[in-house]
Design a protein. Structure first.
Length: 264
C-alpha cells in the first residue's frame, strides 16, 4: 500500500535491492527515486521514496508560465499576462527596458529618501523632491540645465541602444572617447570596468545569475516604491520622511486608510 508524506513524497514498498544500493538516488525523468533501507527484521526489503521535482516558482502559485518564459532569464517568474514577450526580439528588448527602468528607480528612491532626510533634519536647506525641478540655480538657468541634461542623457542612451542592437560595437577602440577600457562592457545592459564595477562583482557575467536576480528584484521593489512616492506626494503634498514621521506619531490612527479617506 502506498501512502503520501507531505506534498511531494510518496513511499512505495519494493524488494530485491541490495544493500549497496541503499541511499542511492536515481533520476527518473521528472522525479528523483531514492532507495532507503527497510525497517529492521524486514530482511532484504527496502522502501523506495519517490520525490517529485517541484515546479519552478511563479508569480502566482500553481500557474503554468507561458512556454517562451522558460526560467532562463533573471527574475523570470512567468509574469506576462499581456503576452508581450511572445516575440523573441520584443522579449529581449523588454528585458533591457525593465533593467534600465529598475536602475533609474533604485537611484530615484535613494535620492528622494536621502535628500528628504537632509531636508527634514535641517542638515541642508533643500526643496521637497517633487519641487526640485522648479528650483532656480544661480550658476545656470533652468533652460540651460535642461538642454545639457538632454544632450548628456541622449548621448548615453544612444550609445546604449547601439550596443544593444550591435553587441560589442561600443567596446571597440575610439567608440567611447578612449574610455572603452574604463567601462569594459560585459554584455548588453551590463557594463563593467573600474567606473561601473569598481568592486569587481560578477566579472563572469554569463554565470552571474544570482547577482542578476538580486538586482532585478531590488529594481522591481524600487519601481513599486517610486510609484508609491508619486501617489503619496499627490495625496499628502509632503515628502516620504514627513509621511513616515506622521504615521509613527500615532500608528493606530494615522495610516494609509485614514489618509486616503481624509483626502477624499
Amino acid at each position: 500500500m502506498a501512502f503520501a508524506v507531505g506534498r511531494c513524497l510518496q513511499i512505495l514498498p519494493c524488494s530485491n535491492f541490495s544493500s549497496s544500493s541503499a541511499f542511492l538516488g536515481k533520476n527518473s525523468g521528472k522525479s528523483w527515486v531514492t532507495y532507503l533501507p527497510g525497517r529492521e527484521g524486514y530482511g532484504r526489503h527496502y522502501s523506495r521514496a519517490v520525490v517529485q521535482a517541484q515546479q519552478r516558482p511563479t508569480w502566482l502559485p500553481g500557474l503554468d508560465p507561458p512556454p517562451y518564459l522558460d526560467g532562463s532569464l533573471a527574475g523570470d517568474f512567468g509574469f506576462d499576462p499581456l503576452g508581450l514577450g511572445e516575440d523573441p526580439a520584443s522579449l529581449k528588448w523588454y528585458v533591457q527596458a525593465e533593467l534600465v527602468h529598475a536602475r533609474f528607480a533604485m537611484a530615484g528612491v535613494a535620492g528622494i529618501l536621502v535628500t528628504d532626510l537632509f531636508r527634514v533634519t535641517g542638515i541642508i536647506n533643500l526643496p521637497v523632491w517633487y519641487e526640485a525641478g522648479a528650483t532656480k540655480f544661480s550658476f545656470a538657468s533652468t533652460r540651460t540645465l535642461f538642454i545639457v541634461q538632454l544632450l548628456l542623457m541622449g548621448f548615453v542612451e544612444t550609445k546604449r541602444y547601439m550596443d544593444f542592437t550591435n553587441p560589442g560595437s561600443q567596446a571597440k577602440d575610439g567608440a567611447f572617447f578612449g574610455m572603452e577600457a574604463a567601462l569594459e562592457g560585459l554584455e548588453p545592459g551590463y557594463p563593467g570596468g573600474p567606473l561601473l564595477n569598481p568592486l569587481g562583482l560578477a566579472k563572469d557575467i554569463k554565470n552571474a545569475h544570482e547577482w542578476k536576480l538580486k538586482e532585478i528584484k531590488n529594481g522591481r521593489l524600487a519601481m513599486v516604491a517610486i510609484l508609491g512616492f508619486f501617489v503619496q506626494a499627490q495625496v499628502t503634498h509632503v515628502g516620504p520622511i514627513d509621511n513616515l514621521l506622521y504615521h509613527l506619531s500615532d500608528p493606530w490612527h494615522r495610516t494609509i486608510i485614514q489618509t486616503l479617506a481624509g483626502s477624499g
